[in-house]
Design a protein. Structure first.
Length: 90
């Protein structure tokens, strides 16, 4: 390989690096998406749910006031029961 071939290869590699940097920028500020388990919004809804649950509010009323599905209600209940089991309550 002579010097001209080496310089040409360097230019090709620099172009490839620039191309890859452009592709990388697309991902730098990208949201990872998906549900973030137990984020602030989740905690707020869970606290509202647990207050209603502890007062003995009927399931249908809790679901309608919080806007959650039956499945979500029972997920919260399982989480709630798990917390109290760990604490030695209930």
């Amino acid at each position: 390989m002579n010097i001209e071939d080496a310089l040409k290869r360097i230019e090709e590699l620099e172009a490839e690096v620039d191309s890859l940097k452009t592709k990388l920028k697309k991902y730098e500020n990208k949201s990872l998406g998906g549900r973030h388990k137990h984020d602030k919004k989740w905690q707020q809804i869970f606290e509202e749910w647990s207050d209603l649950y502890e007062k003995g509010t009927p399931i249908s009323e809790i679901m309608s006031s919080t806007g959650m599905s039956r499945r979500t209600y029972y997920r919260y209940k399982a989480y709630y029961d798990g917390l109290h089991k760990i604490k030695g309550e209930r």
